[in-house]
Design a protein around this ligand. Structure first.
Ligand code: NAD
Length: 308
């Protein structure tokens, strides 16, 4: 990244496993940028890896904008302190387009690339060969099995899930996912790091969707099925859950907000793996929306229409 300074890192030893300092984030999209941001804001040395310099530059821009907003909020009446916070945060992030080199002194690697098992396998296989033994690996996957992702590495005891929520800088929750092989040391290190970056951590086994998506995705799908059956209109289902259950958004508007491509691909993946579970059955109307490019708020139309 052109304007991020190259930083010098201190030597880390295996004894430092419980004090994660150097973090490599692979993938600088929506989630990876946010993860890099919160890690740098809380004093960690971050290397952010992308596929090319142009995308890295875009990630850099979005991080600088987002840290700027945080700084303004934190130091409302102190422009100099806000500037210092922004500069210090920025100085802790360096960019890279070389995954293998980027993990040479990492205590923790967090993968936030496309939701595709083959691509994640290819990445983790090469990282496993390049990273030192001490390095803990984590995936931010929303819907794939952590155990299956870890299966191509020789460090399953140093592997887990760190599942963040969008927008990362704002959402407080971090789901820390253990596979059966995750060692107690690795688990404790991930929990301690989650706390150090200001998140509230919960622990979960490696089950589809972990806690939040396992409950949320079938709930949204059932609301859509209810609408498809004609039991109630979209508007009435949304009003019902807001006023009757106290939810801030109704399920149909929430599914428009999440994006139908995202929800549909999660459900499709689970349905393929667990065809007998009726909760994971894809919804006809949602598949039609995806085919028509009506992905929800982000495209201006889903079940509702939005002014762009
Ligand atoms: N979007 C969400 O709300 C959300 C929430 C929680 C978890 N997740 C998970 O986080 C991951 C990333 O999602 P996203 O929404 O940030 O996606 P995104 O498409 O915004 O970003 C993915 C980035 O990864 C980069 N990339 C792809 N292959 C790469 C490689 N081999 N090396 C380096 N970079 C690579 C792409 O260039 C892209 O910028 C997925 O596994 C997703 O399931 C997403």
């Amino acid at each position: 990244m052109a304007s991020f300074k190259i930083i010098t890192r201190g030597l880390a030893t295996s004894a430092a496993r419980n004090a994660i300092k150097n973090v490599t984030v692979i993938g600088g999209g929506l989630m990876g940028s946010g993860i890099a941001q919160v890690a740098a804001q809380t004093g960690h040395n971050v290397t952010l890896v992308e596929v090319n310099a142009d995308i890295l530059k875009k990630a850099e821009g979005s991080i600088v904008n987002s840290v700027g907003r945080v700084a303004k909020k934190m130091y409302k009446d102190d422009a100099a302190a806000a500037k210092k916070f922004l500069e210090e945060t920025q100085s802790r992030i360096k960019g890279s387009t070389e995954p293998a080199k980027s993990v040479s002194d990492a205590d923790l690697v967090i993968e936030a690339i496309v939701e595709n098992m083959d691509i994640k396998h290819k990445l983790f296989k090469s990282l496993d060969e390049a990273a030192p033994a001490k390095t803990i690996f984590a995936s931010n996957t929303s819907s794939l099995s952590i155990g299956e992702i870890a299966s191509v590495t020789s460090r399953k005891d140093r592997f887990g899930g760190l599942h963040f929520f969008n927008p990362v800088a704002v959402m407080k929750l971090l789901e820390v996912v253990r596979i059966p092989e995750t060692s107690e040391d690795t688990y404790q290190a991930m929990m301690a790091w989650g706390k150090a970056i200001g998140k509230t951590c919960i622990t979960c086994k490696d089950t589809p969707g972990f806690v939040v998506n396992r409950l949320l995705v079938p709930y949204l799908a059932e609301a859509i099925r209810m609408m498809e059956r004609g039991d109630a209109s979209a508007r009435d289902i949304d009003i019902a859950m807001k006023l009757g259950a106290g939810y801030p958004m109704g399920p149909i508007e929430l599914s428009d907000y999440v994006g139908h491509d995202t929800s549909n691909s999660i459900v499709q993946g689970w349905h393929k793996k667990f065809p007998d579970n009726p909760l994971f059955k894809p919804c006809d109307s949602q598949q039609k929306l995806v085919a028509a490019g009506k992905l929800g708020v982000k495209t201006g139309e889903g079940y509702y229409k939005y002014n762009k």
